[in-house]
Ligand binder design. Structure first.
Ligand SMILES: C[S@@+](CC[C@H](N)C(=O)[O-])C[C@H]1O[C@@H](n2cnc3c(N)ncnc32)[C@H](O)[C@@H]1O
Length: 259
């Protein structure tokens, strides 16, 4: 989700926004190949790790984590309807014994310190500021535990103003990979590996279904000018990405809590 100031939009904008986003397989860039590649960096996990997925959305990566491990997973998101959806999916897949979706805020989590072997977070840590999020993750992890997360990064210095404007509301402090590496070290983690996620991670489970959903809702709201205007606004995000994706990307970082 980029370019939307969640404290400012009208109730109608938010209603349509969630009608689009909640139905998508993912609420941000990501795919199974990247998650599997990142998970493979976590070589010393116990056989059944205790995992927490922060900012899980409707759980695209949560269900994949349940395939990649035989451990238990707590999946946290502040948006209650996404957690409701994930609860239903988890029950459908017969995973309720191992996967617990809970509503929670990254900056105010109730889980006890040092209780996880792996913290996973795709596209969510930036919401509370990357360094304070790294502090939260460090507190949750046992010493030697892994943190795997994705974050948006600039690929080029000095992007043109129209590209910077895309992220102005949502992620004004977005940095480059070296900035993230510095933050990782400063916050008590050692880097295991990192890689840039390929462009299809923006499309296959995110922008392509988003465009399909927007078209579907344009049909449902054919007589509703206000709704159509919001849909037009939402449709700009994939269009902007088509034009400007050379300037930014999502990066996967796999790190380990230093003792
Ligand atoms: C870009 S989406 C990524 C969702 C999911 N990880 C994925 O990749 O499909 C970011 C998610 O973070 C959640 N979020 C935002 N701020 C949060 C906070 N302070 N605490 C918990 N979740 C938060 C949003 O509700 C949203 O589901």
């Amino acid at each position: 989700m980029m370019g939307y100031d969640m404290s400012g939009p009208t109730p109608r904008f938010l209603q349509i926004f969630f009608e689009v986003f909640e139905t998508l397989p993912r609420q941000g860039p990501g795919n199974r190949a990247c998650a599997a590649k990142a998970f493979a960096f976590c070589r010393d996990l116990p056989p059944s790790p205790v995992v927490i997925d922060l900012g899980c959305g409707v759980g695209g990566q949560t269900l994949h984590l349940a395939e990649l491990t035989t451990g238990t997973i707590i999946a946290v998101d502040s948006h209650a309807p996404s957690i409701e959806r994930l609860r239903a999916t988890v029950a459908e897949h017969g995973l309720s014994q191992r996967v617990s979706p809970v509503v929670g805020d990254l900056s105010n989590l109730e889980q006890p310190p040092e209780s996880f072997d792996l913290v996973w977070s795709e596209g969510a840590l930036y919401n509370i500021g990357i360094e304070s999020a790294l502090g939260v993750c460090r507190r949750l992890l046992r010493p030697g535990g892994y943190l795997a997360f994705t974050d948006a990064v600039w690929r080029k210095k000095n992007p043109p103003p129209e590209v910077k404007a895309i992220f102005e509301d949502d992620y004004p402090t977005m940095g480059r990979v070296p900035d993230l590496l510095t933050a990782i070290g400063r916050c008590g983690f050692s880097l295991i590996g990192h890689f840039t996620m390929p462009d299809e991670t923006w499309w296959d489970d995110f922008y392509t279904p988003m465009q399909r959903r927007i078209e579907e809702l344009r049909g449902s709201y054919a007589d509703d000018d206000e709704a159509l205007a919001v849909l037009d606004q939402l449709a700009q995000e994939p269009e902007m990405h088509e034009r400007y994706s050379d300037y930014y990307a999502y990066e996967f970082f796999v790190t380990r809590r230093v003792e």
